[in-house]
Design a protein around this ligand. Structure first.
Ligand code: MN
Length: 460
């Protein structure tokens, strides 16, 4: 059964020993982030900060700081994640409207709005301020009505303003741009603390105009219940902890950033769009959801890894059924590097696959294609294939200055990146040495168990 409520997920994690309550007071500046950093580095538990100094609202963090919790949220066994995620997003289910949602139990409108009451963390030393990083921004195209739900970073700017980073490659950036060309404000509702499956659904690179909440319905096998907002013409998940309603002010730009980002570096500050907040609603006794990104792996990287992989696998397998698997490795920040395994059917096909992957909605900067015998979820095996099946003058494609590389510090200018493809499959149709195999390995007993039984400390 899907979790209908973020609190059901927290309760489930606690029961299974994968959530720790932090009962000592924590500082909203750096200390929440420090805990999340540590649990990310150790693949540790999710954290519930019961007492945030100076606030009467508790916070959770590190919800997705281990892959097992992404699978737990989806209720998948490890081996079935790809197939089931793929099936889920291909069977979208529309949200259903309900009259009353707990997310509107408490309502602040107009002058009562005060974002400084929320325990919004400051994560890293050079960050420009306090950031909401796990808010789902819901909005619709002012021309077509096409909806979007995505996670974009937001910097608190006083009691009722937020600065937002969304570039033109992203759906929200495009909606802002289209509204501004008509001289209109773009309404937005930010749902904070939602069912974890909704968070994962927002990470799928859906076509423009596809409502990611319908994908969440597909993944859940059950529609997301939504309620109408109070001050904007939008609907939000009924069980959200906190909802912030407002409008992007047309053509207004203010300084936003920097923020420690998924690239593992600070994403620079700049003049960015601004939301003027018209209402804050929340549940009785709400829980704020914090989220840290930074040097991989963090919860942000785990959150987008499976959706990115399924997005590209879906694109590619429609054109190339020979493609077996796609992986966005931690070493590429779950974003910049894409590994693909396949059994080429004709000469040159890996190069077609490279070009399609570079041109996919994810725009990776490096694509490596390997044969099906290579485990693409293991960097060592992929680099072994590169070292032994690739010749640089023959097997490398470089595309200069294409759109991509969000927040990549090596990019010559923002969102512009050279792209590279490496064909590390065996040369097609040519003799190539076999990989040596030792017969009978599967018959050897578990040696680590044997060693432990004999009191020997073995293993890595
Ligand atoms: Mn979208």
């Amino acid at each position: 059964m899907p979790f209908d409520d973020p609190r059901e997920f927290l309760a489930c994690l606690e029961e299974e020993g994968d959530l720790v309550r932090v009962t000592s007071p924590v500082d909203v500046r750096y200390e929440i982030a420090a805990y999340i950093r540590k649990t990310s580095d150790e693949q540790g538990p999710a954290l519930l900060f019961e007492r945030v100094e100076g606030f009467d609202i508790p916070a959770v963090g590190g919800l997705f700081a281990a892959r097992r919790r992404v699978l737990r949220a989806l209720e998948y066994a490890p081996g079935e994640a790809f197939d089931r995620f793929h099936e889920g997003i291909h069977s979208p289910i529309d949200p259903v409207l309900t009259d009353r949602g707990p997310c509107q139990e408490v309502v602040y409108e107009g002058d009562e709005v005060d974002l400084t009451r929320l325990p919004i963390p400051t994560y890293c030393e050079q960050d420009g301020g306090a950031f909401i990083t796990h808010g789902v921004q819901i909005s619709k195209d002012t021309e077509t009505g096409g909806k979007n739900a995505g996670i974009y970073r937001m910097q608190r700017k006083g009691r009722n303003r937020l600065g937002v980073l969304s570039n033109i490659h992203q759906h929200l950036g495009l909606q802002i741009n289209k509204a501004e060309r008509r001289g209109e404000a773009l309404e937005v509702a930010i749902a904070q603390g939602v069912d974890p499956v909704i968070m994962l659904a927002t990470q799928v690179k859906a076509a423009y105009g596809v409502d990611e909440l319908t994908l969440a319905g597909g993944l859940r096998g059950k529609p997301v219940e939504v309620v109408r907002c109070r001050t904007v013409d939008l609907e939000v998940p009924a069980t959200s902890e906190i909802v912030i309603e407002g409008r992007f002010l047309p053509h207004v730009r203010e300084e936003e950033g920097p923020l420690g980002e998924f690239s593992g570096y600070y994403g620079p500050g700049g003049q960015r769009p601004v939301v003027e907040v018209s209402a804050v609603t929340h549940r009785r006794s709400p829980i704020f959801h914090a989220g840290l990104t930074g040097v991989p792996m963090t919860e942000n990287h785990f959150l987008k890894q499976i959706p990115n992989e399924v997005t590209v696998l879906r694109d590619l397998s429609a054109k190339f059924p020979e493609v077996k698997a796609v992986h966005f490795p931690a070493s590429g920040c779950s974003e910049y590097h894409c590994y693909i395994s396949m059994t080429p059917r004709y000469k040159g096909q890996p190069r077609n696959v490279i070009l399609a992957a570079l041109g996919s909605a994810k725009r990776p900067k490096l694509v490596v294609v390997v044969d099906e015998d290579i485990d693409i979820f293991d960097d060592v095996k992929v680099l072994w294939a590169v070292s032994t099946r690739m010749q640089a003058d023959r097997d490398v494609i470089i595309v200069p200055a294409a759109g991509g590389g969000p927040l990549d510090p090596s990019a010559p200018e923002p969102n512009l990146s050279a792209m590279m493809g490496i064909d590390a499959t065996r040369p097609f149709g040519q003799e190539f040495p076999d990989v040596p195999e030792v017969p009978g390995v599967e018959n050897v007993p578990d040696l680590l168990t044997l060693a432990r039984q004999r009191g020997i400390t073995a293993g890595p």
